[in-house]
Design a binder for this molecule. Structure first.
Ligand code: SAH
Ligand code: SF4
Length: 378
């Protein structure tokens, strides 16, 4: 489904595209830079606050554009480590944006490393069998402006209590495309978003602090390698052999390991940086020591870091998280093979932090609320 907003958002514009539109309407091109300054450095949310623009231009902007195409609805915290925002789009679709604070030793909570996890589609078409985003199917691609706006909402929220806001830089350290949707299936919006984030006139956020996570769209991995945006790449592997992987990831039929892994290798060679292999541990599906040994071989070949993620329970799915003992045994095999490996001890488990879960629950309660009037967010 394609969605055309009533008015485009300024967050989808580049300096070039905005200058061209301004010139066409008879306004001087240099105003584009001032407008970007208000958006990304001052982070205002209204045209009226753009005080160095003539009134007539502010009026014209208001007629042509909106600023925020995304509105935060729900804000759930989990032990102050994970903060999950449910956002509503113009067509009332729901997406999720998550802020994860990794506490660092010896410094206060405000100095913790902050990672923002953004969504790039409403739902997902790839139907991985463990994932809440895939469960509800695919609704639509997000526009670049809807992705940028998620980040700007987080910036504004953090600016309120971050000293770094004074320097007008982003008030977080990393951006990961690990929310709802498959980034490489919304390729043009992904690349446009990254360019807006990178730009000096934009958020001025370095590509090496951006991670794109993919379930393995091999042709688009090759395309991204040539794109000239030096982002980090994470591959959602979740199975170290075709037999195991295709049980839980239907995409493996289209791009099996013998197609996916060479594409990942080409990306790694192009950028020279370590890849990440994501591996959700699911009991009796992919957590055998044999899988660990196969995974070690792949990681070694690709010069990749492995991130093991104990499966996060999704309502309506039958999978289970392995015991801590089984998780540790799996990690030990990798470590002993000399692979760089981390295991994520859950952040935000209690607020449904795994991708798509909060949206799924909220949509269910909204559907129930429509049948039974009342406030679904009460
Ligand atoms: N579509 C992309 C990016 C979004 S999903 C991809 O698949 O990589 C990002 C990550 O969410 C997946 O790699 C997986 O690590 C995580 N995820 C999804 N469902 C999960 C679950 N039930 N438990 C733990 N992690 C999950
Ligand atoms: Fe889509 Fe990624 Fe979830 Fe698979 S894991 S269904 S690709 S969002």
């Amino acid at each position: 489904m394609r969605f055309t907003p009533q008015k485009p958002s300024l967050f989808g514009e580049t300096l070039e595209s905005l200058s061209a539109t301004l010139i066409e309407a008879g306004h001087p091109a240099f105003r584009a830079k001032q407008i970007m300054e208000w958006l990304y450095k001052q982070r205002v949310d209204s045209f009226e606050l753009m005080s160095n623009l003539p009134k007539s231009l502010r009026h014209w902007l208001g007629e042509q554009f909106c600023i925020y195409p995304v509105k935060p609805l729900l804000d759930k915290r989990s032990n102050d480590v994970t903060q999950k925002l449910l956002m509503e789009l113009e067509d009332r679709s729901l997406i999720e944006t998550v802020l994860i604070r990794a506490p660092q030793e010896g410094v206060g909570a405000e100095q913790s490393r902050k990672t923002v996890c953004v969504s790039i589609q409403v739902g997902c078409a790839y139907g991985c069998r463990f994932c809440a985003s895939g469960l509800a199917g695919f609704k639509r691609n997000l526009h670049a402006s809807e992705v940028v706006a998620q980040l700007m909402h987080i910036c504004r929220m953090e600016d309120a209590h971050t000293p770094r806001a004074e320097e007008a830089i982003a008030s977080f350290d990393n951006i990961v495309f690990m929310g709802m949707g498959e980034p490489l299936a919304n390729y043009d919006a992904l690349v446009r978003t990254i360019k807006i984030l990178n730009a000096e006139w934009g958020l001025y956020f370095g590509a090496r602090r951006i991670t794109v996570s993919t379930s393995g769209l091999a042709p688009q991995i090759l395309k991204l390698a040539e794109e000239g945006v030096a982002v980090r790449l994470a591959i959602s592997l979740h199975g170290a052999t075709n037999e195991v992987r295709e049980k839980i990831m239907p995409i493996n039929k289209k791009y099996p390991l013998e197609v996916l892994l060479p594409a990942a290798k080409a990306f790694q060679e192009q950028h020279g940086r370590m890849l990440t292999l994501e591996f959700i541990l699911i009991e009796d599906i992919n957590d055998s020591l044999e899988q660990a040994r196969e995974l070690a071989k792949i990681a070694y070949e690709l010069h990749a870091h492995v991130n093991c993620i104990p499966y996060n329970k999704v309502e309506g799915l039958e999978w289970k998280r392995p015991s801590i003992g089984r998780q540790d045994a799996f990690v030990k095999v990798l470590r002993e093979a000399g692979v760089s490996v981390t295991i994520r001890r859950e952040k935000g488990h209690d607020i449904n932090a795994a991708c798509g879960q909060l949206r799924l629950k909220t949509e269910k309660s909204m559907a129930e609320a429509e049948a039974r009037p009342g406030d679904p967010f009460a």
